[in-house]
Design a protein around this ligand. Structure first.
Ligand code: UDP
Length: 312
């Protein structure tokens, strides 16, 4: 296949490039680099089966020749990033998804949308099953991301139903691993960076809010299987193993032997920060035969090793 990956220089996009190339496909990577970094794809430079185009997909996308699949992964994805780039986040989820779908339609390509657990907002149902419509505050600080992704899902289904585009929707839950940005503000790089510098870990609020962390290789496997499936409705991809942020902080401190402990930062918790989050992956198990295999301590060790080389 000849595959276009938007957001190719980002955390997930760059791992997807690696995976598709390893499977023998040709990859065109696109990124405007506002939150992505070419360091993540530097090892692919010079390969004849990989092309990188620096481009903002909120503008009309032109690709010469055939395209068999479009994977739309471009978007700021951490709360800090989408608060820094609210308009760009809304545009890449709306205009960017429209353009990527238009390209898929014109080329007769499959399309896969990187959606998010944020479509469930601060959920009132636990764990979150794909049929749960969510609890999102459109005008809250997280609304720019949540509503962009909800629009992206809506237009993806509309292109499927109206134009017959062969679409997929992956609802991606918290994912971690090498190539996350140390300064992206998310809890995994924040805590590991703090621990490696011997600083206390900053728990926002009382740390009773929960998350369920999926290692990147598991996530990529789920995405790959979803693209290769023929399933058009949304599929949760994430690790159901749930814990509180306080427990997570204690685990990071233990794995890094950080003696500095924990500080509670009430004021840094963003309004609408979901109190619970855990994927129901019944659908992914049934349709993709997929479930995560990397446990958190092992995944964190690989992530800590990566950040150790980069922390200052
Ligand atoms: N969080 C925290 N300390 C940090 C960064 C984040 O306690 O230094 C919390 C945050 O309030 C949220 C959870 O960790 O409840 C996960 O935050 P993240 O930014 O990773 O992404 P989210 O899952 O909220 O999209």
């Amino acid at each position: 296949m000849r595959v276009l990956i938007t957001g190719a220089a980002g955390f997930l996009g760059s791992h997807l490039c690696d995976r598709f190339l390893a499977e023998g496909h040709e990859v065109i990577g696109m990124d405007n680099l506002i939150t992505g970094n070419t360091d993540n794809i530097a090892h692919l430079a010079g390969r004849s089966d990989f092309t990188f185009i620096r481009y903002d997909v909120t503008h009309y996308i032109y690709i010469e020749g055939p395209v068999d699949a479009v994977l739309h992964f471009a978007s700021p994805a951490s709360p800090i990033d989408y608060l820094n780039y609210p308009i760009q986040t809304l545009k890449v989820g709306s205009l960017g998804t429209h353009n990527a779908l238009g390209l898929a339609k014109a080329k007769g390509a499959r399309f896969l949308l990187a959606s998010t657990s944020e479509v469930y907002g601060d959920p009132l149902v636990h764990p979150q099953h794909e049929d749960y419509p969510g609890n999102v505050d459109a005008i809250g600080p997280r609304g720019v991301y949540d509503e962009a992704k909800r629009f992206a899902e809506a237009i993806t289904m509309a292109y499927h139903r109206t134009h017959g585009v062969d679409t997929r929707i992956a609802r991606i839950f918290n994912t971690y691993g090498p190539r996350m940005r140390l300064d992206d503000g998310r809890v995994v790089p924040n805590f590991i960076g703090q621990a490696l510098r011997g600083e206390p870990l900053t728990v926002y609020g009382d740390g009773s809010q929960t998350r369920s962390f999926c290692y990147v290789s598991d996530l990529i496997e789920g995405i790959y299987r979803l693209l290769m499936s023929d399933y058009n409705l949304p599929v949760n991809i994430g690790n159901p193993s749930e814990m509180s942020i306080l427990q997570f902080a204690e685990l990071v401190n233990r794995l890094t032997a950080n003696p500095a402990g924990i500080v509670f930062k009430d004021d840094l918790r963003i309004k609408g920060d979901p109190q619970t989050r855990q994927p129901d992956i019944t659908r992914a198990r049934a349709i993709l035969g997929w479930e995560p295999v990397v446990d958190l301590p092992h995944g964190l060790e690989m992530t800590i090793a990566y950040f150790k080389e980069r922390v200052r």
